[in-house]
Design a protein around this ligand. Structure first.
Ligand SMILES: *[C@@H]1O[C@H](CO)[C@@H](O)[C@H](O)[C@H]1NC(C)=O
Length: 191
C-alpha cells in the first residue's frame, strides 16, 4: 500500500530525466522532429504524442516502407515520415501545433522503450514580403505616421491663420497711435 506513491514518484522522476529538445519552426512552414534510434535495434513501433496520441508508426517489413497512422485529426494530411530515421515531418504549422511532443520507441528486443521529447515553438516569420500580416503592420504604422503629419500640418496652418487675423488689428492700432502723435506735435509748438 505504501509502495504505490513511491512508484508514482519514481515514474515521474524518470519522465523528468528526458530533457525536451527545443525545436523552432515558422508558422505555415514545415519542421521535422529528429529521432535517433540505435542502428542495431529493431523497432516494434513508435508512438508520437502531443497532449494526446498523435500517430503510430509501424516499421515496414522486408524492405517495405514504414507506415504511419495519424490518430489526431488536427494533424491529418500534414504529417509524414522521414526515411530511414522515422523522424516526424509536420507541414503547414499552426499556432496550435506548438508545445511538447514525445516519441516513444518500443524496441522488439527489450521491454525498455526509448523516449524522446521535443518542445516545438512556432514563430511568425519576420519577412514582410512573405507574411501578409506584417504587411498589414507596416501599413498601419505608415498610416499612423501619415495621420500625425496631417494633424501637424493642420495645426501649423491654424496657427498661421490666427496670426494673420491678429496682424492687421495690431497694424491699425500702431497707425492710430502714429496719427495721435502727429496731431500732438503741431499743437505743442504755438509759443
Ligand atoms: C494551412 O493551414 C491553414 C489553416 O491553419 C489553411 O487555411 C491552409 O489552407 C493550409 N495550407 C495548405 C497549403 O495546406
Amino acid at each position: 500500500m505504501y509502495a504505490f506513491p513511491w512508484l508514482l514518484l519514481l515514474l515521474r522522476l524518470q519522465e523528468d530525466d528526458v530533457d525536451p529538445e527545443e525545436v523552432v519552426a515558422v508558422l505555415q512552414e514545415s519542421i521535422s522532429l529528429p529521432l535517433e534510434i540505435p542502428p542495431d535495434e529493431e523497432v516494434e513501433n513508435i508512438i508520437w504524442s502531443s497532449h494526446k496520441t498523435l500517430a503510430t508508426v509501424m516499421p515496414g517489413k522486408e524492405g517495405h516502407p514504414a507506415t504511419i497512422m495519424v490518430t489526431n485529426p488536427q494533424y491529418r494530411g500534414r504529417v509524414s515520415l522521414l526515411d530511414p530515421s522515422y523522424s516526424l515531418h509536420i507541414s503547414n504549422l499552426s499556432w496550435e501545433d506548438s508545445g511538447l511532443y514525445q516519441a516513444r520507441v518500443n524496441l522488439r528486443s527489450s521491454q525498455i522503450s526509448i523516449m524522446q521529447q521535443y518542445d516545438l515553438r512556432v514563430y511568425h516569420s519576420d519577412y514582410a514580403s512573405e507574411k501578409p500580416s506584417t504587411h498589414f503592420c507596416l501599413l498601419t504604422k505608415g498610416l499612423l505616421i501619415f495621420l500625425l503629419l496631417v494633424i501637424l500640418a493642420i495645426g501649423i496652418w491654424v496657427i498661421q491663420v490666427r496670426k494673420r487675423y491678429r496682424m492687421p488689428r495690431m497694424k491699425k492700432l500702431r497707425r492710430n497711435r502714429m496719427k495721435l502723435r502727429r496731431k500732438e506735435k503741431p499743437g505743442s509748438s504755438p509759443s
